[in-house]
Each structure stands twice: as C-alpha cells, then as structure tokens.
Design a protein around this ligand. Structure first.
Ligand code: ADP
Ligand code: MG
Length: 650
C-alpha cells in the first residue's frame, strides 16, 4: 500500500523529534496519556450533555501495558476514538489545539537545534513526541458510534498508512515499538514497571481516570505461613509471584488538592503539561472560594511571553470546568484583555454543564467569577511588585506592554485598576520605578510628574531638554515604548499630579519671578530676529523662541499642544496609514547663553541671507538630536560643507 506523506510542517517536526537530543524524552508518556484522557473526557462529556445512558465515569480507564519480549509499550483508552478521517486529519498533520500554532513557529525557525528544543517545549508537541522513543508507532482506534476500526502505522518521517482492522470496543490503543538501545540511550527502561510508575506519578498523577498497569507482586504462599521444621521451629514461608492490576495515579485534580500537599514542582509540571511551555511559571495563583458563588481557580503567570503573544493569533482564555468536567478549553470571558497572558483553569459547581458559548457571555455567575479573578490577579501582581521586585521586573519585561495597552484602551476606563502596576525607568534611580515611588519622592512644591519619551534610555538621556530638567533636580520617567506616551496622556494624572512631558514648550521648572522676568525681557529684545528665523523656516515650526531650559546645547525642539514628536513618529508609522499627516506643533528653542547666540545676532544685523541658512541648519540639528530624520539630508550636508569652506561668509 502506498504511504501517505505527512504535511510539510509535520514532517519537519518529525525530523526534529527523531533526531532530537531532547533531554526530556520521557514526556512522551504524559503526552500520550493526556490524549487518552482528553478522548475519555470527550466521550464522557458527550454522554452527559446528550444524556446518553450507559456512559459512566467509572467505565473509563487508561491502561499501560509494557511487553518486554515484543519491546512494545501500549497505552489504551476507552475514549471517543478516531474515525478513518480523523486518523488522517489529526495524526497526519500537526493537531489543532496547543500544537496548532506550531506551524508558524516552525516556519520561522531555520533548523538550529537549540531553537528546535525551544519550540518543542513551547508547544507540547503531543502525539509526535512518541517518535522520540519509538521507531514504529501503531494506533488502533474505533470511534464512538462506528462499526469499523482502523489501524494507523508509521515509522516516522517517510509517511504513514491507514487500513481497516478489528477492534472489539470503542477507544484507542497506541502501540510504541521502542527504538533499539544504544550505548547512551536505554530506551528499554520505558518497559520497566518502576520507571513507568515514576513517570505517571511525576506527570500524570492528577489525570481524572485511573491509569492502570498489571504489576508484579509477591505474596506469601497460602499454607506456608506457619511452616515448622522437625524440631517445631519456625521456617521461612514460601513466596509466590502473581500479577495484579494497579492504579498508578491518585486521580485527584491538582486544583482540588490541599495547597499544603502540592509542591512547586507539582504546580510547575501541571503547567508545562497543560499549557505548552517549558519555562517554569513566574507565579502560581491557587484559590478556592466558597460563598454566593463557589469555585476553584488555578492560575499561572508565565515565565515568558509566548512567541505570538503580541500578535493577532494569540487567543486568551482559561479552561472552564463544571464540577471537574471540562466544558471549554479556552473561555475568553474569564479574563480581561489586559490580563490575557494568564493561563489556567476555573472549576465551579455553580455553572451549568450544558452552557453554550453564547450563553456564557451573559452568564451572571461567570461574570462574577471573572471580576473576582481580575481582582485577585491584580492584587497578586501588586504583592509581587512589593515583595519580589526581581520577579516583578521579569513579569514587566514580558507583559508590561499589555498592561500599558490596557490603560490606553477604552479611553482609560481601566486606568485606576492598572496604574499602580506601571513601571518606568527613572533618571535619578537608574532603574524601573512605580508611579507611587515617584510621587512619594516628589518635593512638596513639584506639581508635575515629568517624563521624556524616546527610543531608548541612553538616547533620552542625551536630549538637551533632559539635561535642563535633571539639572534642576527633578526626577524624570523615561518612556521608551511606543504606547507609553499614549498611556500617560490617557491617564492625565496620577494621585493628583499631572503628567508633563519635558518636551512641552510650557514646562514649568520652578523658575523664580526674577528669572522669568529677565527671560521675558531678553525674548522681547530678540523678537524681531526670532520672527525672522521662524519665517525662514517656512511653516516648519510654530514658533522660534529663546530657551529657559537649555544648558550646553545650542538648540532643541519642543512641542505645543497635545501631540509630541514621539507620538507623531508612532502615529505616522501606523501600518494602516490612518493618520497620514498628524504633525506635532514644533517650537525651535535657541539657547540664549550659547556662543551661537551672538553669531545669530550678528547675522541678523549684517547678513540676513546667512541667518536664513544658519536657521535651517539649526533646525536640522534639532531634528537629529530628537532622533527624527532631516527632510533633505543632501542639502543639509551641502550647507555644512559650505560653512567649512567659508562659502557663506563671502
Ligand atoms: P493535541 O492533544 O494538542 O490536540 P496531539 O498531537 O497530542 O495534539 O494529538 C493530536 C490529535 O489526535 C488530538 O487532538 C486528537 O484529536 C487525536 N488523538 C490523539 N490521541 C488520541 C486518542 N487516544 N483518542 C482519540 N483521539 C486522539
Ligand atoms: Mg495532546
């Protein structure tokens, strides 16, 4: 029979599996068991929701059978089974759920083995992990309600076959023919009773169905208990060997167990198994609530962002259980968008089993749970921020962006809930600080929370405006993500203190009345020159003025009104082109204390053409300092060269 080929991306995954030096090979067993459990869940749930008599919880079992002679390990379940089509669709290509996103992960990956391992870990490769230990995989399955059973077979990358076969009962047998042992790899250990028992306890203890195995036992042979020798002294009894079916797992779902009985490793293994991540979770939140509404929740904050987290493909949601029966795999209504990174599950006896997706959205119980979870997540994060700052910074690195989007979203509707989670880099502390820490440090007469935005910390640090504000002893928050300034503008204030960009033209740095007066005088006397300069810039700036803030730099650009230069950059870079010509209202500030000032004044007196050129150059310089492109780089460099060769002086 002709072999059917795996789809391209599956083939690539298989290659990875087969050649993998993956150290966590043993996870194949939990993957196969977890599929058996899923299949049992599906049939059990079908029975419940369609009220099919004769489908009982007690009937389900997952049986492990090692056979040393045949070198096979068989995992059998009495679950929903697979039809012929499903054998093609589900085993012939990468499966839908967790490993569905695998495709894109693989396509992005160029075949380096470190990255391979990373991918394997991130997705929980499910069924295919069988090929890490098996040279041949056979799946015999009979779907619920079908008369015919089918057998699927594969040696790995070169394809698979499916044909009809015999099987008495509904369900699936997965038969792994283990690879040959080598010097380094003893695959036969997976036929070892003790090893299997270990693996089941480690990874699959909480599976809701009994995982059974025929185990070797020894007992005292009947009638030999009281053997005596001819002197009447006791003799050692005789023993006999027999096999007995044993259940290897405790079957209590992890979230139903007492917290004190659960180790960090238990939590972590459960997380990695269920949520396709090989990184330990950063935080586990396990709560049992009894009251008007009762539920258990087991929530995880991942240790890193999934590779597709900030893309459209990412789907948020928690698994939803009703009294231990899974009714939905990703219930989005349990998590607000700004906490979409949270993984985990909710189990409640107060939810109806037959609830449909549409009904869920309007379900009062569900809303109530959602609100409580949200509060819980928020308070746990704040707690982490306070007590485990390193961990929180790790969290912030991964998911801070999402929190900031959350503030900006819906016109700031959720800012009160989220603002204390924010962290920004501080000019004075040289690390991330919270808004509360900032405001607590503020001098009593400081009215604003100062911030500066730019590409990165070192660039912002070099801005002329920064220097002036720092010189006056103010702390500045450095905003380096595109969304930051939008979030801050949405919030407007924090604890009664208004946010103020250090690039705003009307920033108040607490100058004395005399200082302000003197500045006004200077400005007045230079008015004509400044107006001339503005005109020569031909509408590029709203104003040219003398600066109160500059120290060593000759010029800087500030803005009037709501749109800053950073925001202009972001808005113009939007891929949908929705904001084609939003422009910040620019103000060119000249440092009156800089030697350039007398050069300008001189030119204004004697040579207006030269002043025009100087102004253009200064404007371009200011743009460059801001990290903005100059409009005409060629012209700019020509002008500078002309200066060097003294052409303007003529
Ligand atoms: P996932 O479990 O994430 O869907 P897997 O690769 O583990 O991915 O499994 C692929 C698919 O194969 C499953 O979604 C399921 O449809 C099917 N499958 C695997 N094992 C079984 C089984 N024992 N019984 C029924 N279906 C199964
Ligand atoms: Mg699976």
């Amino acid at each position: 029979m002709a072999k059917k080929q795996f789809r391209a991306e599956s083939k690539r995954l298989l290659d990875m599996m087969i050649n993998s030096i993956y150290t966590h090979r043993e996870i194949f067993l939990r993957e196969i068991i977890s599929n058996a459990s899923d299949a049992s869940d599906k049939l059990y749930y079908k029975g419940l929701s369609e009220k099919i008599p004769g489908i009982k919880r007690e009937d389900f079992e997952i049986r492990i059978t090692p056979d040393r002679e045949a070198r096979t390990l068989t995992i059998s379940d009495k679950g929903i089974g697979m039809t012929k089509e499903q054998l093609y669709d589900d085993l012939g290509v990468i499966a839908k759920s967790g490993s569905g996103d695998f495709k894109s992960g693989i396509e992005e990956n160029d075949g380096d083995s470190e990255a391979d391992i990373d991918i394997i870990g991130q997705f929980g490769v499910g069924f295919y992990s069988a090929f890490m230990v098996a040279k041949h995989v056979t799946v015999i399955s009979k779907a619920y309600g079908e008369d015919t059973a089918y057998i699927w077979e594969s040696d790995g990358a070169d394809g698979y076959t499916v044909r009809e076969t015999e099987k008495d009962s509904t369900g699936t047998d997965v038969i792994l023919t283990l690879r040959d042992d080598t010097e380094d790899d003893k695959y036969s250990e997976y036929l070892d009773e003790w090893t299997i028992r270990q693996l089941v306890t480690k990874y699959s203890d909480y599976i809701r169905y009994p995982i059974t195995m025929m185990c070797d036992k020894t007992k005292v042979k009947e009638g030999t208990e009281d053997l005596k020798d001819e002197n009447g002294d006791p003799l050692p009894p005789e023993y006999e060997h027999y096999s007995e079916l044993e259940t290897l797992n405790s079957m209590v779902p992890l979230w139903k167990r007492r917290k004190s009985d659960i180790s960090d490793e238990d939590y972590s293994n459960f997380y990695k198994d269920k949520y396709y991540d090989n990184t330990d979770p950063l935080k586990v939140i396990h709560t049992n609530v009894d009251g008007v509404i009762s539920y258990s929740a087991l929530l995880y904050i991942p240790g890193r962002a999934p590779y597709d987290y900030y893309s459209k493909n990412y789907e948020k949601g928690l698994q939803l259980y009703s009294s231990g029966v899974k009714i939905m795999d990703k219930c989005p209504d349990l998590l607000p968008d700004y906490f979409s990174f949270v993984k985990g599950l909710v189990d409640s006896q107060d939810l109806s089993l037959n609830i449909s997706r549409e009904m869920l959205q309007h379900d009062r119980q569900l809303r109530a749970i959602e609100q409580r979870l949200e509060k819980k997540i928020q308070s746990e994060l704040l707690d982490m921020q306070e007590k485990e700052r390193d961990k929180y910074e790790e969290f912030w690195k991964n998911f801070g962006l999402q929190i900031k989007f959350g503030i900006y979203d819906n016109f700031g509707m959720n800012k009160d809930k989220l603002q204390d989670l924010l962290m920004f880099y501080s000019s004075s502390e040289k690390k991330l600080v919270t808004l509360k820490e900032y405001t607590q440090r503020m001098a009593p007469d400081q009215e604003n929370i100062f911030y500066a935005s730019g590409e990165d910390v070192s660039r912002i640090d070099k801005l002329p405006q920064t220097e002036a504000v720092k010189d006056r002893g103010f702390e500045i928050l450095y905003l380096t993500d595109a969304v930051d300034e939008f979030a801050v503008k949405t919030m407007m204030d924090y604890d009664g203190k208004t946010f103020k960009s250090i690039s705003d033209d009307d920033i108040d740095l607490g100058e004395t009345e005399e200082e302000k007066k003197a500045a006004e005088e200077r400005e007045k006397s230079s008015r004509d020159m400044l107006d001339f300069m503005k005109d020569s810039l031909d509408g590029k700036v709203t104003e040219v003025r003398l600066s109160q803030r500059l120290r060593s730099h000759p010029v800087c650009l500030t803005t009037k009104g709501g749109i800053s230069m950073e925001m202009e950059k972001v808005l113009n870079a939007m891929p949908d082109g929705s904001n084609p010509d939003i422009k910040a209202q620019r103000v060119l500030e000249i440092n009156a204390g800089h030697p350039i000032m007398s050069t300008l004044e001189d030119a204004f007196e004697n040579d207006k053409d030269t002043l025009r050129v100087y102004t253009e150059i200064l404007y371009d310089e200011a743009l460059l300092i801001e990290g903005m492109p100059v409009e005409d780089p060629v012209e700019f460099s020509n002008k500078v060269c002309d200066l060097m060769t003294g052409r303007h002086a003529e």
